[in-house]
Design a protein around this ligand. Structure first.
Ligand SMILES: C=CC1=C(C)c2cc3[nH]c(cc4nc(cc5[nH]c(cc1n2)c(C)c5CCC(=O)O)C(CCC(=O)O)=C4C)c(C)c3C=C
Ligand SMILES: [Fe+2]
Length: 436
């Protein structure tokens, strides 16, 4: 027998997941009464008090409607897509980067975590809260501090560290055969002062946004959702500042990121950033490798160096960012004009390119020296760590004039799989790969 529209509506109401606006249910009332230990039926005023514990609809005009979140403010970078966002999408001014370690050895739970993280990421990048309206006797799903803020172009980029595949020779999740040859720790370089507590990690998550509160909220809520399955190993915050459309300056006052323009075309990105579909392992097609290096910059001696020394160190002019012998930032550089062992000359001589997405960091004052604990949280994306990153780093570590003013204090490498299709999850290609 056909049901009436009213019956259909009632059935839909019963099956509807809880929302923020939903009035308190009779069952919840009974539970709350029991918790309150009154053992008596509440009168109207008690009822009203309990009802008010449920958050009210913010109402029209508040800009916070539960059904229509702030996603229409235009600052949304879609989470789903063939490639992960946060790589070639425009660099936002803030990063909160976290490396997680997985606490167990259960591949099923790892898969579930990636599914939950992807679903949560899709919501957060769209400016939507994590499921709301839990009853008052359980913690809210979303921590809530970004309520009312715009999506802020939040991107969440996930990568798998070498230890996810094998740790001390142990195949923790049955994934060892899928570990890419590219994916192993960067060899220690001369001058490195790496702190293992700030290095490595099973899964790296880069949260970038126009608002630091939004980037932190994303990492905080992913950590909260992973409770019992993963713990944060290290976190690094960073920022860049640049007038609109211009190259940001690092803490030494130089424009940093100029050469990224050479990777603006799809052809250049296919050549230098994205892993091709003919690559092994196949699950990495349309993915890339992320290298993160926390590089302390010694601001005090730098600030005492002359302008000439500063410019010779980089091989570019401080004011304009132009290469030596040229006038403007984007004038083509000629290797013969660069001072020998200048940073840019060496990086160019390596004969390879990478996409850099670095952020400045300031972690306060070094308790031992009273100097700034500050520098560059260097992040680069490349299709091959072995052919691009390591040869360049080796050259720089040996000869770079910049080494006098810097020290590498942490290092991590992550294989970033392709993006997830709508409703899918990041890492799906790994879990569905042929050998499994
Ligand atoms: C292994 C790769 C690199 C590390 C580590 C690195 C550290 C580092 N860089 C700067 C500042 C600048 N780097 C610049 C250019 C540049 N740097 C790298 C690579 C590494 N840098 C490359 C590939 C390039 C581009 C070279 C080219 O082809 O022109 C510049 C110049 C402007 C620019 O193009 O961005 C600056 C400035 C710091 C401060 C630093 C460590 C603290
Ligand atoms: Fe550099």
């Amino acid at each position: 027998m056909n049901s009436t529209p009213e019956e259909e509506q009632n059935a839909a109401e019963e099956n509807r997941p809880e929302t923020e606006n939903e009035s308190i249910s009779r069952r919840e009332m009974l539970k709350l009464t029991a918790i309150a230990g009154t053992g008596v039926v509440l009168g109207m005023s008690g009822m009203a008090t309990l009802m008010s514990l449920k958050r009210a609809d913010p109402g029209p005009g508040s800009g916070m409607s539960a059904t229509k979140p702030q996603a229409d403010s235009g600052d949304v970078i879609p989470f789903y897509g063939p490639q992960q966002a946060g790589i070639v999408t425009p660099q936002q001014p803030y990063v909160c980067f976290a490396a997680f370690d997985i606490l167990h050895q259960d591949a099923g739970q790892l898969l579930k975590l990636l599914q939950e993280w992807s679903a949560a990421s899709a919501l957060m990048t769209a400016g939507k809260p994590l499921r709301e309206g839990g009853n008052v006797t359980s913690p809210p799903a979303d921590t809530g501090e970004t309520k009312g803020l715009s999506p802020s172009n939040l991107t969440l980029t996930f990568g798998f560290g070498p230890t996810l595949f094998q740790n001390n020779g142990e195949d923790r999740f049955g994934l060892a055969s899928e570990q890419p040859a590219e994916l192993s720790d960067i060899p220690t370089m001369p001058g490195d002062r790496l702190n293992p507590q700030w290095s490595g990690g099973d899964i790296g998550v880069q949260a970038c946004a126009d608002d630091p509160a939004v980037a932190f909220h994303a990492i905080r809520n992913l950590a909260k959702a992973s409770k019992g399955t993963a713990v944060i190993r290290w976190v690094q915050n960073g920022y860049i500042g640049a007038p609109d459309g211009q190259t940001p300056r690092n803490l030494f006052g130089f424009k940093d990121g100029t050469a990224n323009r050479e990777l603006d075309s799809d052809a250049a990105r296919s050549q230098h950033v994205w892993v091709s579909s003919s690559y092994t392992p196949a699950w990495m097609a349309n993915g890339t490798y992320l290298v993160a290096r926390k590089i302390r910059m010694f601001l005090e001696p730098w600030d005492r160096a002359t302008l000439a020394e500063q410019e010779i160190t980089f091989g570019r002019l401080k004011e304009s960012g132009a290469p030596f012998g040229k006038k403007n930032e984007f004038d083509p550089a000629s290797l013969s004009q660069f001072p020998a062992s200048s940073h840019v000359w060496l990086a160019r001589s390596a004969g390879t390119k990478m996409l850099r997405r670095a952020y400045s960091y300031v972690d306060g004052i070094d308790a031992g020296t009273g100097e700034w604990d500050a520098g560059l949280f260097f992040i680069s994306f490349q299709r091959s760590v072995k052919q691009q990153f390591i040869p360049m780093l080796s050259l720089l570590a040996k000869l770079d004039a910049l080494n006098k003013f810097t020290s590498h204090v942490s290092s991590a490498v992550f294989a970033c799989p392709p993006g997830a299709g709508e409703g899918g999850f990041v890492g799906e290609t790994l879990f569905r790969s042929g050998n499994r």
